[in-house]
Design a protein around this ligand. Structure first.
Ligand SMILES: [Zn+2]
Ligand SMILES: [Zn+2]
Length: 254
């Protein structure tokens, strides 16, 4: 399984793109950055966008991807996929013909470049060639993380979350996982801000680690650009053998 890091940050900065990952060239896991990280031909290969929640830093690339697809005579639609409240947020607040065109009717309802699919929480579904289970995490809006595998290998993706339980339990129960992609947003001195916005700091991450499968490496994403160096330095001191900050633009193989 191939995971390309299109964007790795919890917002945007100069050369620092919001979070998005592309699995096996076909399935986006969050869509904070898409056209800014991929050529036209690569964008046209995308079939599914798994979305953890509707915050802009996770979906704005989907808005621009649908625009690309509409003006380049798309081969196929991209299917925005999540639990019902997230799909509803996208329809109601993003692709609503106000904030952005309703690409689920463009160029026509029959040939639209954007489709929607609702997944059931805690139930494994087939998405392209992958198996995907959305599991609730604890953020300020309806949010899921995903357990993703192809029958041989796989990973856990936390979504944006503060301290949480169920997704780590699911990760402990499934064999064959190779990595946990987990958010960390702020340095530990900003504990109050992290709690209010339901994100993790390195100190909070070290508590979450006790709930995760102990043998898996942690791949960190979603550090806020403004606090990147400070947070990265803290993380590097914790457990260099196990904790790795993902690099934007790089492709990882599981
Ligand atoms: Zn975010
Ligand atoms: Zn968020």
């Amino acid at each position: 399984m191939k995971i390309k890091v299109l964007g790795v940050f919890g917002s945007e900065g100069q050369g620092q793109r919001p979070s998005a990952f592309l699995v096996n060239d076909r399935v986006l896991v969050d869509a904070g950055s898409v056209p800014g990280a991929l050529g036209i031909d690569e964008q046209r290969e995308i079939e599914h966008a798994l979305l953890s929640h509707a915050h802009l830093d996770h979906v704005v690339g989907l808005a621009f991807l649908t625009d690309t697809l509409a003006i380049t005579n798309a081969k196929r639609p991209v299917i925005a996929t999540s639990i019902a409240p997230v799909v509803d947020d996208l329809k109601k607040h993003a692709f609503n013909d106000r904030l952005w065109p309703d690409f689920s009717t463009i160029p026509t309802s029959q040939t639209a470049v954007l489709g929607y699919r609702t997944l059931t929480e805690d139930v494994e579904s087939r998405v392209g060639e992958l198996w995907v289970t959305p599991i609730r995490v604890d953020h300020t809006v309806d949010t899921v993380g995903f357990v993703i595998h192809d029958g041989e290998t796989g990973f856990v993706y936390s979504g944006d979350t503060g301290p949480t339980e169920r997704i780590w339990q699911a990760a402990r129960e499934l064999k064959g996982l190779k990595a946990v992609i987990v958010e960390t947003a702020f340095p530990s001195r900003l504990d109050g801000l992290a709690r209010a916005s339901k994100h993790l700091t390195p100190v909070m991450l070290s508590r979450e680690m006790k709930k995760m499968p102990s043998d898996l490496p942690l791949w960190i994403y979603h550090i806020k650009p403004h606090f990147f160096e400070e947070t990265a330095e803290e993380l590097q001191k914790m457990d260099p053998a196990r904790i790795h900050i993902l690099e934007q633009g790089k492709t990882y193989t599981l």
